[in-house]
Write a protein that binds this ligand. Structure first.
Ligand code: ZN
Length: 410
């Protein structure tokens, strides 16, 4: 039993994403207790009512601060080799991404790195980075492949996710992103790569049970709407749920495609169109926004977070942790950016990293809330007021983390 928290932000309610106005409605209890039974939450409510809920001795853990449901980072590219430091500087000097790619940078630099790097090394690098995400409060972390772009290197990334998922305190949710980019050896025959994805890579990933979802980078110059539809349709046929990198830079109708396919999420959306906003608002697809990416890229635009919520969409926030465009391991920083860059309210950003992020991973049935029956993933922030978690920009306020009912080592 956890007691003594100044506030407990429960996010209690129906086991589904919150949309539109619902996103700002979160329950905050004072002088509350959380009862944990094994790996699940048994009860949450006023401390004075604990006796009526539970007869017999209880192990009490006194906590100091504000309790939240474990944060859920629903979009990361967490398995990679070296950081891309040269890209960072070239971009600062005004070099555009085509010129960066031509100079040997960009996604393909990470692809060469992952292809060449031994699995054990990749695992060690990833272990430290995911541990940092967890320390920032992300108890469930989606991790994509996508720096292999060939079957064996993609499987290598997915095996790293599986191994670390068994070892780390956090829950890792693996996503196959073989359609992150067209690999150099297929540049003159892209249809062959789409065919390889559909007929060999997706079936192999599904057969080995190494991914739950399949994602595609749907963007002009990467994969078209038609190619994305073909790849994701194959993925669904092989039992994977689907997600989309949609309308990140130019926009091509990715959001509409996500809604059409019943995707779990459409991610990025900085260039979403008005019909795209309406399509997401009318669907169960969660709009996953990644404000740190646009900041790191030095862009002045952001996804229309406020308009998406006002239109009635369900919005989640994530780090997009990756070596090229978002090397942040702090979901609380992304919450700050959600308020200051996307125009969201504090309660909306909390919803965006808990229940809505759970829905973006198909996990809303038992994650993202402090409520009876939910997995006992909890975050303690060393603050007085729950809103401070999204206020102290870039400061680590998370002081303790529990997953499946157990305290994670600091
Ligand atoms: Zn991404």
């Amino acid at each position: 039993m956890l007691v003594g928290a100044r506030q407990v932000v429960t996010c209690r309610g129906p086991a589904r994403a919150r949309r539109g106005r619902e996103m700002a409605e979160i329950e905050v209890l004072r002088d509350a207790a959380v009862l944990i039974d094994g790996d699940r939450i048994a009860w949450v409510g006023p401390r004075a009512d604990v006796g009526a809920q539970h007869a017999g001795p209880l192990r009490e853990v006194e906590v100091n601060g504000v309790l939240f449901p474990g944060f859920i980072d629903c979009h990361t590219h967490g398995v990679f080799g070296a950081p891309r430091l040269d890209d960072h500087e070239r971009r600062a000097l005004g070099v555009d991404y085509r010129a960066i790619a031509a100079a040997g940078g960009g996604i393909l630099q990470s692809v060469r790195d992952v292809r060449a790097r031994p699995e054990a090394e990749l695992e060690a690098l990833t272990r430290a980075r995911l541990a940092a995400l967890l320390a920032g409060g992300s108890t469930t972390i989606e991790v994509k492949s996508g720096y292999g772009l060939e079957l064996e290197a993609e499987l290598k990334q997915l095996r790293v996710i599986k191994t670390l998922g068994e070892e780390l305190c956090a829950t890792l949710v693996p996503t196959f992103l073989g359609a992150h980019e067209v690999p150099p050896e297929y540049r003159s025959k892209r249809a062959d790569y789409v065919q390889l994805l559909c007929e060999e890579m997706i079936p192999a990933v599904s057969r080995e049970g190494l991914a739950r979802s399949c994602d595609v980078f749907c963007e002009p110059g990467v994969f078209s709407v038609q190619e994305s539809r073909q790849i994701l349709t194959a993925a669904r046929r092989h039992g994977l749920t689907v997600k989309l990198h949609a309308d990140e830079l130019e926009g091509s109708g990715g959001a509409e495609l996500a809604a059409e396919l019943g995707a779990l999420s459409a991610d990025h959306l900085a260039a979403i169109s008005d019909p795209g906003i309406r399509a997401l608002a009318a669907s169960d697809t969660v709009a996953v926004l990644l404000p740190a990416t646009m900041i790191f890229l030095g862009k002045r635009s952001q996804a229309p977070g406020r308009r998406l919520i006002d239109a009635g969409a369900a919005v989640a926030l994530a780090t997009d942790f990756n070596p090229g465009t978002s090397p942040t391991m702090s979901l609380p920083l992304v919450m700050t950016l959600g308020v200051s860059q996307l125009g969201l309210r504090h309660a909306e950003v909390v919803t965006g990293v808990t229940i809505n992020a759970a829905a973006a991973l198909g996990l809303a049935a038992d994650r993202g809330q402090i409520a009876a029956g939910y997995v006992a993933d909890l975050v303690l922030a060393a603050v007085d007021d729950w809103r401070e978690v999204a206020y102290w920009m870039g400061t680590d306020v998370v002081s303790a983390v529990w997953t499946a009912g157990s305290a994670c080592p600091a």
